[in-house]
Design a protein around this ligand. Structure first.
Ligand code: NAI
Length: 262
């Protein structure tokens, strides 16, 4: 039986937990040939590989890679070029947050978040390009956020996610003629280890979205898989929002309810 990703080779960064792990699982379920899982946490990555293997027969390759390091990207691509002859899907998913306002955010905090979330995506697209070109029909999915669409108190995170949204459009423009589509994903609050420390904020925000709940990693992975597959063959340079309706005016519902106007 064929799947949506039949015959494809896919790479996911930050694949050892949360949304990246869910992407890898979904790719295997949709019959990708090879799924390459990378992360800066090798121990967790090996555990994640065992989980992913249970979902199908794809070849799973794991590799410890810090997405902020140009040298590590170079070594990684050299190594991969010996194992695969093309790359069909790149998911730039690795990300970190420092929930600090302008007044609290140090330069060190700023540089860390920008380097992982923004420079990491730049390097990912730059160094995977040669292998993606060999596909002739490739798709890049960059993980932004609803904070790449609106303002948010975490200044460095917000800046990095707007940058991902912008870079996605520049890359879509440049790579279209190379047979590569590039789109960004904008999740709202999703239940992953990323959000363990902000459960109160999530609870409150649930009252502001149309579905009344946070999202699950597999719900993001389904959309990532759609963008990775040929089903989205005419989509490039665009933004896919998965936020349960949070950015579509949910705050007005909460306010109206508080004032008994709803
Ligand atoms: P997570 O914390 O569960 O996973 C993040 C992954 O990135 C981990 O595998 C971690 O090892 C990896 N990583 C961090 N720094 C790295 C580095 N320097 N090099 C390589 N890998 C590195 O987070 P989650 O929730 O799965 O987030 C995935 C992406 O989705 C991130 O880009 C995040 O900003 C974005 N996102 C998450 C939302 C959420 O509510 N969970 C909402 C909107 C966007």
């Amino acid at each position: 039986m064929s799947g949506k990703l039949n015959g494809k080779t896919a790479l996911v960064t930050g694949a050892c937990n949360g949304i990246g792990l869910a992407d890898a699982i979904e790719f295997v379920k949709e019959k990708a040939d090879t799924v390459i899982m990378v992360s800066d946490n090798n121990e967790r990555l090996l555990e994640a590989k065992e989980t992913v293997k249970q979902y199908g027969n794809a070849e799973i390759i794991t590799y410890r890679l810090d997405v902020t390091s140009e040298n590590e990207w170079k070594d990684f691509i050299d190594e991969m070029s010996k194992k695969i002859n093309k790359l069909d899907v790149l998911v730039n998913n690795a990300g970190v947050n420092k929930r600090a306002t302008f007044q609290e955010c140090t330069l060190e905090d700023w540089n860390h978040v920008i380097t992982v979330n923004q420079t990491g995506v730049f390097l990912g697209m730059k160094y995977c390009l040669a292998l993606l070109k060999k596909s002739g029909n490739a798709s890049i999915i960059n993980m932004s956020s609803i904070t790449g669409l609106t303002g948010y108190f975490a200044v460095a995170y917000t800046a990095s996610k707007w940058a991902v949204r912008g870079m996605t459009k520049s890359a879509a423009m440049e790579f279209g003629e190379l047979g590569i589509r590039v789109n960004s994903i904008h999740p709202g609050f999703i239940n992953t280890p990323f959000n363990e420390s902000i459960q109160d904020l999530i609870k409150l925000s649930n009252g502001m979205n149309s579905l009344g709940r946070a999202g699950e990693a597999f719900e993001i992975a389904k959309a990532v898989t759609f963008l990775a597959s040929d089903d989205s063959s005419y989509m490039t340079g665009t933004e896919v929002i998965l936020d349960g309706g949070l950015t579509s005016g949910g705050q007005f519902k909460l306010l109206a309810k508080q004032f008994n106007n709803y």
